[in-house]
Design a protein around this ligand. Sequence first.
Ligand code: CTP
Ligand code: MG
Length: 227
Amino acid sequence: MNYTVVLPAAGSGKRMKADKNKLLLELFGKPIFLYTLEVFQQDPNCDAIWLAVKEQERDLIESYVKSYQLTKVQGYATGGTERQDSVRACLEAIPSCGVVLVHDAARPFIDTAVIANLVKTANTSGAAIAAVPVKDTIKKAEKGIISETIDRNQLWMIQTPQAFRYSLILKAAQAAYQDEFIGTDEAMLVERLHHPVAIVESTYENIKMTTPDDLIYGKAILESRLQ
Ligand code: CTP
Ligand code: MG
């Protein structure tokens, strides 16, 4: 089943503590965001790729897209202050489509089987998000003292991609903007419209390159895939 992907890439990567957008940092000589783009370029079910970028980085990103022959990249939107603004700018820029996938450009290790499950589920139920079961014991603490141990069996660590029927996510993104609601993921915007969101089990490899240690894990994942 076909889909369009929207990739927010307009962050600055403060937690990575680099001197530039973390997506431009290289793993084995190739910038991080290109690994992500290549997954979608190579997925036969992906019809189109749209990127949210910072105005001042657009020329550089476009030149990489050309030299890596990422022919599915159909357009760019200018990113905003919050990730949510960048995603909304992209959603408003793309042509209407059936299912749209929102995926962090900073998650280069996404599995195509997970993408296919997400698209299939979103096509039937409207909204589906990638997640993995929590591995650690999770406790709540107040002033450094445990107040509650939460039942781990009900907890999921949420990732992207998050897949939606296009009309649903556009409506949810615009409603959040009007209400000045900021969520930490797209699903929250849909949840507040009381639309059910399904979980699709993903892989632990689908990490977001966020802090400097993630560069070490990222290199290890790439090396393991060569074997
Ligand atoms: N992003 C975006 N626009 C923003 C903020 C983030 O398009 N205003 C993108 C990032 O480029 C990244 C994805 O959203 O691909 C996930 O965000 P995050 O990991 O938080 O990246 P940054 O915001 O760049 O990092 P940090 O929060 O550490 O500054
Ligand atoms: Mg951020």
